[in-house]
Write a protein that binds this ligand. Structure first.
Ligand code: TYD
Length: 206
């Protein structure tokens, strides 16, 4: 477990990218060196893998394996080097995304997908996972009203799938309680969500 490795998770439209920027500002003001990243994070090998995942119709197991491969490349080439310089790494999504999306929502099994990811992460679990919780209806509403980036294959899944993602996340955090997490009500205002996140970060004694 790496204390300075902080991950933000949640379904689509929960506001992860807005909150991660606020977190970075807050921690930089405190004097920490911070990087914001997300898989594939500008690592070219991981980006190429990601292109296949998002644009091709692929078998669910292949999808899980490819996410794990992209994850490892990003971890080895970007996350670990930053942590070893003492920087705080704020990462938008990590292995719990695979457990919730591929493991639970796609039905591969949370434990099976964890097994696929074990060799990819070799115990590099975050010091804190922040789970933003929001009803999929609201998430989809936000995506449709704020969307500036392109819509990918996974964004086009139906409400049923997004409900499963939400339930999957709840199960996952409880299945691995040795990994610290906080659940935050993402239906609140941006400011109130961030207040809750700040409390969690302050408790970490970074
Ligand atoms: P991402 O590019 O992070 O987009 P978003 O802005 O929606 O967070 O992720 C794209 C999609 O990939 C998103 O629907 C979540 C999904 N995903 C998985 O299914 N498994 C994974 O392991 C990861 C990291 C993402």
């Amino acid at each position: 477990m790496k204390k300075r490795f902080i991950v933000i998770e949640g379904g689509d439209g929960t506001g992860k990218s807005t909150q991660i920027k606020l977190m970075a500002e807050y921690l930089r003001e405190k004097g920490f060196e911070v990087i914001i990243t997300r898989e594939p994070g500008g690592v070219t090998t991981a980006e190429k893998i990601r292109e296949i995942i998002l644009n091709e119709e692929i078998d669910p197991v292949t999808e899980a394996l490819l996410f794990a491969s992209a994850r490892r490349e990003h971890l080895k080439k970007k996350v670990i080097p930053a942590l070893s310089k003492g920087q705080i790494v704020l990462c938008d999504r990590f292995v719990y995304s695979s457990l919730a999306y591929q493991g639970y929502a796609r039905g591969l099994g949370i434990e099976n997908v964890y097994k696929i990811n074990e060799p990819a992460i070799e115990g590099m679990m975050p010091g804190l996972t922040i789970l933003l919780e929001l009803s999929p209806e609201k998430g989809i509403e936000r995506i449709n009203s704020n969307r500036t980036d392109e819509v990918n294959r996974l964004d086009l899944e139906g409400l049923d799938f997004h409900n499963k993602v939400r339930d999957g996340y709840s199960k996952v955090v409880e299945m691995y309680p040795e990994n610290k997490y906080v659940k935050i009500d993402a239906s609140q205002s941006i400011e109130d969500v961030f207040e809750d996140i700040k409390k969690a970060i302050d408790n970490m004694k970074l």
